[in-house]
Design a binder for this molecule. Sequence first.
Ligand code: ATP
Ligand code: MN
Length: 415
Amino acid sequence: MTLAGFAHETRDLGGIAFLVLRDRKGLAQITLVKKLLGKDAFKMARSISRESVVQVKGTVKAEAKAPRGFEILPTEVKVLSAAEVPLPLDPTEKVECELDTRLDARFMDIRRPSVLAAFEIESGVLQSLRDYFYSHGMTEVFTPKIVAAATEGGTDLFPISYFEKEAFLNQSPQLYKQMLMSAGMDRVFEIGPIFRAEEHDTRRHLNEAISIDVEVSFADDRDVMELLEGTVSKAYSYVKENCDYQLQVLNLDLQVPKVPFRRITYTEALEMASERAGVTMQWGDDLDTETEKFLGETIGEHYFLTDWPSSIKPYYTLPYEDKPEVCRGFDLMHPRMELASGAQRVHDYNLLVKRIEEKGLEPEGFSFYLKAFRYGMPPHAGWGLGLSRLVMTMLKLENIRDAVIFPRDRRRLVP
Ligand code: ATP
Ligand code: MN
């Protein structure tokens, strides 16, 4: 057989030497025998530097003492690309390493099996999402990332130079996916980047993130909450069934969350939290970190927070007709953090204009969006789910940077 990979380890015992090759599926022991290789090739092979890219040709033999029960006895060893010494970090994971060092040499960091495992699982999650969406009759779309206006007003936008015009990187596909409901596309999803110029420095925010966005016509908040919990539990079960090796590398026994997830209204959540000492949160405030943590610890599994105050949800969230101070917005929570936000949307043109004004924004700035509500707009609902947050909570990763290959934050623009 022919096998190629990275030189994970070399061990020299004199007349015999071992070379362990690594690829993304695991390790293989190459036993270098002088008689089989010849003197010169043997000498060369035993001095291969760690992490060089090596190709061997030879025979496979069962060997109980080898780590995986077999060894390869090569008659030919070729260095396809030699690695310099010293390495920027240790890919065998024997030596711990600072996050910044790891991110500076991300290509080598990803050679570490546990780092790679998370990204392979992320790819599995994406496959399961697409399968799930297609099986629900949805259409995959792409909306522009270069835009002229903010989704929700505000200052969290990255300006870019766009010929003689002012333009920005889009914060969210919200307005565009809603316009596609008026286009008669009925059920769309988009998996793409969102950009937020927030100056936060946390373990769950980045300035560029991948959002999984869904919008469905003739659906309400309850319908799309069902779709969302189905999406999340399907992602878990897909990974459990298809990513055995990676879960083993991460030493994880994945529990698939049971649906339906618990539903708690914002008001109920506040009442629960009021049992806790030192609550400062008032009805109408956004959930503070303490309350969020308390709820997570008390509930201990995924849950929905529903029926938020209209004042803290965006203008496109539909208020209840009989109690307009409350709206049909929801958040999907993991005990550790928010995973998704969604809502039944305002689909009535006049109400939408009124809501935009009530939020202190100028309807003129949204005319391209509002136009889509003037010629027949189906009632609709949808949500946006953060891919990296889904993966980091699934895999119990400490930092969102462990779930993003080349993260972008306030300090990091390279690599
Ligand atoms: P948070 O309150 O946690 O800052 P948000 O409410 O501002 O999030 P939304 O606008 O509701 O975020 O976006 C939908 C989802 O996209 C979030 O629930 C989250 O999973 C993900 N997301 C949003 N902003 C970021 C970010 N800066 N970094 C990583 N993921 C994000
Ligand atoms: Mn949110």
